[in-house]
Design a binder for this molecule. Structure first.
Ligand code: 13P
Length: 248
């Protein structure tokens, strides 16, 4: 099996019920893309979105989950609760959660294990800061985060890895093609060494992906899709990114 192509939208803390019309417009404009399409809205919208686009080929995911399946954790959500309302995926270890909530790679591995037990695909995010890149530490940082964030039992069927340089998120800046290629080659080599089917794990790039740069990014070796923030909120922006991945 080759890695599956995935165009994933991370809405972060954006969107209300009215925003779901954008996903319907996306489904209408791109009825049969030759890649997987996923929208991860705020948790408040997962059930409504899953109900509205059921059977139209677009998957729905969460943006975080707890490592436990239930209990006294006010404000948190279990992976099984996300699955219960229609999620198939969950983003874990996004740099905004690592920064805002102090999430460590070990905590992310525990959450990924819970996601797998609930039948969800875990999208595990990794990325260096600008200071780490400037200090020449990018490959060491990424290899370290990968080793510590990947849970036992990870397979190409239940895990996706997203490389998101922190300095490229929401800034309009992207790494060069060579810089993305270098990190994705490292991820592929490490995963192939560690996991029996590591060659088949989907590797996403994220950070200022736009309609204008998507095709170039999808042409880079070992880039199997994108994790898109701002440009996933509007069908007019995300649609061309889905089309570029379909054509890649
Ligand atoms: P932007 O596409 O807005 O840069 O965000 C990327 C991101 O963080 C996706 O998870």
């Amino acid at each position: 099996m080759a890695p599956r192509k995935l165009a994933a939208g991370n809405w972060k803390m954006n969107g209300t019920l009215a925003s779901l019309a954008e996903v319907e417009a996306l489904a209408e404009a791109h009825p049969a893309p030759s890649c997987d399409v996923l929208i991860c809205p705020p948790a408040t919208l997962i059930h409504a979105l899953a109900s509205r686009i059921a059977g139209r080929g677009i998957k729905v995911g969460g943006q975080d989950c707890h490592a436990s399946h239930s209990g006294a954790h006010t404000g948190d959500l279990a992976a099984s609760q996300l699955a219960d309302v229609g999620a198939s995926h969950v983003i874990l270890g996004h740099s905004e959660r690592r920064a805002d909530h102090g999430e460590t790679s070990g905590a992310i591995a525990a959450k990924a294990r819970a996601a797998h037990e609930a039948g969800l695909v875990a999208i595990i995010c990794l990325g260096e800061t600008e200071a780490e890149r400037d200090a020449g530490q990018t490959l060491d940082v990424i290899a370290g985060q990968l080793a510590a964030s990947l849970p036992e039992g990870a397979t190409a069927a239940n895990t996706v890895i997203a490389y998101e340089p922190v300095w490229a998120i929401g800034t309009g800046r992207t790494p060069s093609s060579e810089q993305i290629a270098e990190v994705h080659a490292l991820l592929r080599a490490d995963l192939s060494k560690t996991l029996a089917d590591g060659a088949d794990i989907s590797l996403l790039y994220g950070g200022s992906v736009k309609p204008s740069n998507a095709a170039g990014i999808f042409a880079i070796p070992h880039v199997n899709g994108a994790l898109v923030g701002g440009a996933s909120l509007k069908a007019a922006d995300f649609g061309p990114i889905v089309a570029a991945l379909s054509a890649a």
